[in-house]
Write a protein that binds this ligand. Structure first.
Ligand SMILES: [Zn+2]
Ligand SMILES: [Zn+2]
Length: 347
């Protein structure tokens, strides 16, 4: 083992740099850890926040990735009880069947990517001859189901439990000796301005709530502050750096922010309505001499949802509330089909 591949943060926390690893989905350290703990009859908790089989399908010849016809996201692939693959859009829930040929170039060279928990289960069964107990949100979304799940855990006393981020909360009756977080970068691809903070909280929950002999965190961004500070348990440094970045980028709580969302089935109409309101807002800002107010129009991370195209107008500034009161009465925003989000979750 090359020691630059991972960093030992504390007596029991190991952070693996996946960019230096040759094996997927488990790093060399994780593979050895799983084998060792199983041989010793100990318990292993594996957290991977993808409950499906594969996150997307891609054509090797032209790079085409099938997307939902109503939403601007790739189709995720699940396996039913008969091991048959079916696609589902995680936004509008439309179901799809898997074509054996690429829809763009007719190539048969297509493959599944993005390993989900259904695939991880098969991987563990093949490699270790063990069937992990799979825990997903649909098994724990009511008090009755949680009670039933706890009974199953108590009865089966599984060697391995595999599940999504909901497992960051400790499981009653079952204490793991090894915890493996397949991706410690869970929130880092999110468009939310507080993504780093959410990632820090996700990892801190696992680290602080779960006491175990060894904890392995796998990451493609091991230098990221949310991961470093979670490993060190350094809330203060994380908070002060997060605040400094919000100050620099002018995000809440440093300033007020509001997102106006417009949706339309016809792209041209979306542009016309959004552009018109954008120009009116700029004019109003000049008229009331609020130059410090930042106003810009931009498409959101997911441009199309449920068959409708979407566009944002983002407003930021310390006098935003005052400006919005004026804009509401002068421009009648609420009657023009714009959804006003004063506490935006993603931008
Ligand atoms: Zn193709
Ligand atoms: Zn969809």
């Amino acid at each position: 083992m090359n020691y630059t591949q991972y960093t030992q943060w504390t007596k029991n926390i190991f952070l693996v740099d996946m960019t230096r690893e040759l094996t997927r989905p488990f790093s060399e350290l994780a593979t050895k850890g799983i084998a060792k703990y199983l041989a010793e009859g100990k318990k292993i908790l594996i957290i991977n926040n993808k409950k499906w089989r594969s996150s997307w399908v891609m054509c090797h010849d032209c790079g085409h990735i099938p997307h939902c016809t109503h939403c601007d996201i790739s189709i995720a692939w699940h396996q039913d009880v008969h091991q048959e693959l079916f696609g589902i859009c995680h936004i509008c829930k439309t179901h799809y069947t898997l074509d054996t040929r690429c829809a763009e170039c007719d190539s048969e060279d297509i493959a599944l990517y993005g390993i989900g928990n259904q695939q991880l289960t098969d991987h563990i069964q093949t490699q270790r001859d063990q069937t992990p107990l799979l825990i997903q949100s649909n098994l724990a979304n009511s008090p009755t189901k949680i009670k039933k799940l706890q009974q199953t855990i108590q009865d089966k006393n599984p060697a391995i439990i595999l599940g999504t981020a909901l497992l960051s909360v400790p499981i009653q009756w079952w204490t793991p000796d090894l915890i493996l977080v397949v991706s410690a970068d869970l929130w880092l691809h999110s468009p939310h301005y507080a993504a780093s903070w959410h990632n820090f909280c996700f990892l801190s929950d696992i680290i602080s709530y779960q006491s175990c002999e060894q904890m392995i965190l796998q990451s493609y961004q091991p230098e990221h502050r949310s991961i470093h500070y979670a490993c060190k348990g350094d809330v203060e440094s994380m908070q002060s750096e997060e605040l400094a970045q919000r100050q620099e980028m002018q995000y809440p709580p440093v300033t007020q922010m509001c997102v106006l969302l417009h949706k339309h089935e016809i792209e041209e109409r979306l542009y016309t309505s959004t552009h018109k309101l954008y120009q009116e807002l700029l004019y109003l800002r000049d008229q009331y001499e609020m130059d410090d107010l930042e106003i810009y129009a931009t498409p959101p991370m997911i441009y199309k949802m449920y068959g409708k195209y979407r566009y944002h107008i983002i407003l930021k500034g310390s006098r935003l509330r005052q400006f919005l009161d004026i804009a509401y009465s002068k421009l009648k925003i609420h009657t023009r089909g714009f959804k006003v989000d004063r506490e935006p979750k993603g931008v």
